[in-house]
Design a protein around this ligand. Structure first.
Ligand SMILES: Nc1ncnc2c1ncn2[C@@H]1O[C@H](COP(=O)(O)OP(=O)(O)OP(=O)(O)O)[C@@H](O)[C@H]1O
Length: 267
């Protein structure tokens, strides 16, 4: 398999049927993601970032074109693609441990013992530093902790690809920075391939190997792809003064606020 084309998106178009007729959300999307690559999707609100991520997750099917993961057509959700949503979508009546265990059981329950499933769940909690919160319910922990449980749950399924839709969107700046740093460490350790939706230019530059900039909708498409070749591990404090970092940042800001100045359109 070609490692440079782990995920392949070929001529994808997505339209939605609405009361007012057909709404073209995405057109002519062509994109590849290499194995182990960290790719962010950035663009103005409503341009189609979540629509594209949902297609990769297999939650929706494209109107035209094809999406492949490891040379296989994406025909629905699969355990090789773990999804983290902005609202963490935990089951409120289950503890943090149980929320993760449920996912682990779904993927590995057929082949592993209860003790093994429990060990996997504990390892996932430890990975995001949440062992002490194992027996708490989502209502008893902070937004940042909930988000970490969501990430742990996705990682516990050992997905080859981690798909994240603005995972830190609802968090305060400090918690967000801490989780970004944790995510960088986890991804370096697990060598995961990541596709993440964000609104945040600094987040995109800090985390990405590749930033995919989408044009405004309707009929949004890939406007520019920027390779971020900053060395890893990355340190946010050191990077703040790095001229290369500033250049990447400026290029994305220029795309978003000069070339794609925003006029909101809704379906
Ligand atoms: N199921 C649907 N039916 C009709 N229109 C839809 C549907 N899903 C999305 N859209 C429209 O498609 C466009 C893209 O939506 P999408 O949620 O992908 O944008 P986004 O870039 O993720 O936005 P945000 O950054 O605000 O989350 C929007 O105009 C939206 O109204």
């Amino acid at each position: 398999m070609n490692q440079d084309k782990y995920i392949e998106i070929q001529d994808v178009e997505q339209t939605f049927k609405t009361k007012k007729g057909t709404f073209p959300a995405l057109r002519d999307i062509n994109l590849t993601v290499a194995k182990g690559e960290f790719v962010t999707l950035i663009g103005h609100s409503g341009c189609g970032k979540s629509t594209l991520l949902n297609l990769i997750a297999g939650l929706t099917m494209p109107t035209k074109g094809v999406l492949l993961c490891a040379n296989k057509e994406i025909a629905g959700p699969g355990p090789e693609r773990g999804v983290v949503f902005q609202n963490h979508s935990l089951l409120p009546w289950l503890t943090c441990f149980e929320n993760i265990y449920l996912a682990v059981e779904r993927v590995f329950g057929g082949s592993e013992s209860k003790a093994q499933l429990k060990a996997r769940t504990e390892a996932a909690l430890a990975l995001v530093g949440l062992t002490p919160a194992a027996s708490k319910r989502p209502g008893e922990i902070s937004g940042g902790m909930k988000q970490r449980v969501g990430i742990a749950r996705a990682l516990s399924m050992e997905p080859k690809v981690l798909l994240m839709d603005e995972p830190f969107g609802a968090l305060d700046a400090l918690t967000r920075a801490k989780l970004q740093d944790e995510l960088l460490e986890i991804v370096a350790r697990t060598q995961s391939t990541v596709v993440m939706v964000t609104h945040d230019v600094d987040e995109a530059v800090l985390l990405s190997d590749k930033i995919v900039m989408l044009t405004n909708g309707p009929a949004a498409t890939v406007g520019e792809v920027r390779t971020v070749d900053l060395a890893r591990p990355r340190n946010r404090v050191a990077l703040a003064d790095d001229p290369q970092y500033q250049q990447h940042r400026k290029a994305v800001i220029d795309f978003l606020y000069t070339r794609q100045a925003h006029v909101e359109k809704v379906a």
